[in-house]
Every structure is written in C-alpha cells, then in structure tokens.
Write a protein that binds this ligand. Structure first.
Ligand code: HAM
Length: 428
C-alpha cells in the first residue's frame, strides 16, 4: 500500500513553515498591539459544543464534521471552527469574572471540515481568529474589523474588499424570518432539497445557498436591513460611523448572512478581488454573536470576532506576487580543514550558538571547497575557518562572505568580534 496523507490535508515543509511563521508572528504582533492575548483550546470537543454553538441547520454541522465515538463511547468532534470552543472555555473557566472586561483573545491552529477539496478549500485548514467577550459596544465591532483589515494591509495585500451587514437582534430577525418564509414559499417547488428544509428550519440559510444562488427569487428577497428595529439600526449606524472615522472602506451587502447560526447584528467578510483568484475568495469572516454564551448556559455575554483562513491568505499573497521580507540566513558557517580540527569545530559551533548566533557546520564529510559552497547556499554572513595551522597558533580565520575579506583573529577574541560585526544577541 502506498502511504499518503489523507485527501484535503497538506504537509508544510521547512521552506513553507518559514513563511507561515513570518505571517503568524506578524498577526500575533498586531493582535498584541490591540491588547489581545492568546487562548489555546482543545482540538476536539464534545460534539454538542458545535451542534449547539455552530447550529444544527448549518452545512458545517449537517455535512462537514469529523465526528467519532471515543473508547469511552462519547461523541467527539474535531473542531470545525474556533468560536464555539472559546465560548465553552469562557464559561467553564469563569472568564466572565475576570477583572479585565471585555475578555479579548486570539487563537491560531488547525480546524477540520469534511468538504470537497479544492484550492483554498481543505479538510484540515488553519484559522487565525480573535474573539471579544463581554461588551456590546459597537466600537468593539469596529475594533475587530479594523484589526482584520490591518492584518492584510500589514502583509502588503492591496486587492481586498471589506463587506459588512447587520443581521439585527432576535426581534428584528423574527420579523425578517417571517417575511422570508412568505417570500420563498411560492417558489418552494423550484428550490433545492436542502433549501426546502432550510425554509422551514432557518430561512436565512436559503440566502446563502450555492445551488439556488441564481434563482430570480433571491434577488427580490426581503432585505434584513429593512427589518432592523431601532436599536439594531443604531448599532449598525455606530459601527459604520466608527469605521468611517478610521478611514476604513467597506461595502454593505444585505445578503451577507454567513454560514454559522450564532450571528446577530454585525457580520463581515474580507475577500480577495484579485483577478483569477478563484472560487474561494473569502479570506476572512466574522461577526457578533450576542446569544452564544447564554445558549451554552453561561451568563448573558455579548461577543464578536472573526477568523481568517491561513491557506487562503497565503494564496492571496501568491496571487498578488508579494515577497515577504523573510530572513533565512546563517550568521556563521564553520569550515574545518583536516580531521584533527573537527573536535575544535564542534566545540566552536556550540560556543557560538550559546552566544545566540545562528551557526552551522558540515556533517557530510565535504571537501573544503564544498563546505564553502554549502556556506554560500545557506547564505552565511561569515565563515570561520579552522585548520591545523590555526589550531596550533590558537587562532581562526574569519571571512566575510559579503566582501570576501579575510582576517586572522585570536580564538578568544572571535566572539567579541562577531558580536561587534553582527550586533550582538539581537543581531539581524
Ligand atoms: P468561517 O467563515 O466558517 O467562520 O471561516 C472563516 C475563514 O476560514 C473563511 O473565511 C476561510 O478563509 C477559512 N476557511 C473556512 N473553511 C475552510 C476550508 N475548508 N479550507 C480553507 N479555509 C477555510 C468561522 O469559522 C467563524 N468561527 C468566524 C468567527 C469568529 N466568527 C466570530 N468569531
């Protein structure tokens, strides 16, 4: 049997993880600027967390979850998204009692959905997400959106678009729901079988249907924005006002309903508008979910957040031909000339690494010429050469790979000289 990775999963090889780490660090730094702290929750949860959190009528719960029984007979699900687990952790760890409110967290990790795989749609994918729990201030919606937008900006992406909508509060939603049922019922026979069920269980989902999206009744469907009650309208107006104040451009799309059931009020997405980007253009999605914590049995706590797909972010960077300033160079490559100095080289490499320098040496028994070639390939800034002559004199040769200048220095002075040249432990 040929052993291969499961369909829809990817290996991230060292060349790629360099890029991922750069992006993750950039986003993490931005999150810290906004005063968010990291949370890490389990990769699997009791199935109920997602059934109740994400919603029984969603595609995620109905079709896409990796669910299994563990050896104790419990139904377990690999997380398809991050919000439900964070909400569960918030309640279980009584974070609502924390002195610092709202609680602002970010997370980064693998998620699992059994979807038809294609570019930008994987079965194991990675989300970087944030959640703010404990404030219904529309300024928090705006803050979360600003953070989302600034991530793409910081990474140099230009061809993106922010789309926002409001789904209103439960009262507004109820009236809109009735209007949707009234609107779509005459066309019920023409809709796909999923939509027939959706119409009964959760008519908002009909607006998000990929099969029926070109049905004429979609275009004339009642817009949620016409059903917002006064307080929902005010909330949405404030969000827009704050976005305007920050100079953040957006489009309002009343059909932006999102694929998860927990949303109230603001919803938003960022898409790539780069030509040829492909079908999976949604880079990031989020919104407000004021009912979720209560639904899990916690105290009434509003929440808002987003998650971005790491794989799609990488695709967007590729499509816009953005080169990230990734530093992948060695400080020093140690070249040993002759068998008698190998022990000295091993020791020297160890000492230099302990000083914080990025250092390597040959382990392939290469000729001196080939060791220099390796140093070049690894983009070493300096080569330190130890030969038998030098060993006797207690010196080494230090060659700058940039200007090819070579000096002989006392072995004991080497570390100080390198600190000088490379700027010490924080070199780079
Ligand atoms: P979502 O829209 O389901 O929202 O996913 C967010 C992002 O994850 C998508 O925009 C996409 O970039 C990425 N994504 C989703 N599925 C896949 C897949 N199969 N392959 C590759 N990338 C994918 C949520 O998950 C919500 N929890 C977001 C949220 C946080 N709302 C409030 N707080």
């Amino acid at each position: 049997m040929k052993i291969e990775s499961p369909r829809g999963t990817d290996d991230l090889l060292p060349k790629e993880t360099r890029v991922w780490q750069y992006i993750e660090n950039t986003i993490r730094e931005l999150c810290e600027t906004y005063n968010y702290r990291e949370i890490r929750t389990p990769i699997f949860e009791h199935t109920e967390v997602f059934q109740r959190g994400v919603g029984e009528t969603t595609d995620i719960v109905q079709k896409e979850m990796y669910t299994f029984f563990d050896k104790g007979g419990r139904s377990i699900t690999l997380r398809p998204e991050g919000t439900a687990g964070v909400a569960r952790a918030f309640i279980q760890n009584k974070l609502y009692g924390d002195v610092n409110q709202p609680v602002k967290v970010y997370y980064n990790g693998p998620m699992f959905r059994y979807e038809r795989q294609q570019e930008g749609r994987r079965r194991q994918f990675h989300q970087f997400g944030v959640e703010v729990l404990g404030s219904e201030d529309p300024a928090v919606d705006a803050e979360v959106i600003a953070l989302a937008v600034s991530i793409y900006k910081r990474l140099g992406l230009k061809k993106t678009k922010l789309v926002i909508n409001s789904l209103g509060d439960p009262e507004s939603r109820k009236e809109h729901r009735e209007a949707l049922i009234k609107h779509f019922t005459p066309y019920k026979g023409e809709l796909c079988s999923d939509c027939k069920t959706r119409l009964e269980q959760n008519p908002l989902r009909v607006l998000d249907c990929k099969v029926d999206m070109d049905h004429p009744a979609m275009k004339t469907a009642p817009s949620i924005l016409d059903y917002l009650n006064e307080s929902s309208k005010q909330h949405f107006e404030k969000v827009k006002q704050y976005l305007d104040a920050m100079g953040i451009e957006y489009e309002v799309d009343p059909n932006l309903v999102r694929g998860l059931d927990y949303y109230y009020h603001t919803t938003f997405e960022i898409m790539s508008v780069q030509e040829g980007f492909g079908a999976q253009a949604t880079l990031l999605g989020g919104g407000r979910y004021d009912g979720l914590i209560e639904q899990f049995g916690g105290p009434r706590t509003p929440g808002v957040g987003f998650a971005l797909g790491m794989e799609r972010l990488l695709l967007a960077l590729e499509h816009e031909n953005i080169e990230l300033p990734i530093r992948d160079a060695l400080d020093v490559y140690v070249v040993a000339i002759g068998d008698d100095v190998i022990t000295d080289a091993v020791r020297l490499v160890y000492d230099l690494r302990n000083e914080g320098f990025i250092v390597d040496k040959d382990y392939q028994n290469r000729s001196v010429k080939a060791q220099f070639k390796a140093a070049n390939r690894l983009d070493a800034k300096y080569v330190v050469i130890i030969g038998e002559d030098e060993k006797e004199k207690g010196t080494v040769k230090l060659r700058s790979m940039e200007d090819r200048e070579e000096i002989e220095v006392g072995k004991d002075d080497l570390i100080d000289i390198l600190h000088d040249k490379l700027g010490g432990k924080e070199n780079g």
